[in-house]
Design a protein around this ligand. Structure first.
Ligand SMILES: [Zn+2]
Length: 100
């Protein structure tokens, strides 16, 4: 497996920026959070919900940063409703802590 065939031509992978650590990543390593037209802030695991979206790494560190420092609210230009914040916190807590 040493012969290179053809020209390496990587597929275009959409990159998104994590609102917590500010590093870019292919969309699949991040989870989308959406501000719905009703002003709710919720996880968008399908990435297809309508509304303003923000991306966070699926890592405890980034979620902590996004939630505790209100980066999420700032990115979405909304005050995250308490109930939604609770749900997002639960999501963050469920993630295992991963070393960077
Ligand atoms: Zn991140």
């Amino acid at each position: 497996m040493s012969a290179q065939k053809g020209i390496p031509r990587p597929k275009h992978v959409p990159q998104r920026t994590c609102i917590a650590c500010r590093s870019t990543e292919a969309k699949r390593g991040l989870v989308r959070v959406v501000r719905t037209p009703e002003g709710r802030v919720e996880l968008d695991l399908t990435g297809k919900k309508n509304g303003r979206g923000a991306y966070v790494h699926e890592s405890r560190v980034c979620w902590d940063e996004a939630l505790k420092k209100e980066r999420l609210g700032r990115a979405l230009k909304v005050t995250v409703p308490a109930a939604d914040l609770q749900a997002l916190n639960a999501h963050a807590t469920a993630l295992s802590e991963q070393p960077e």
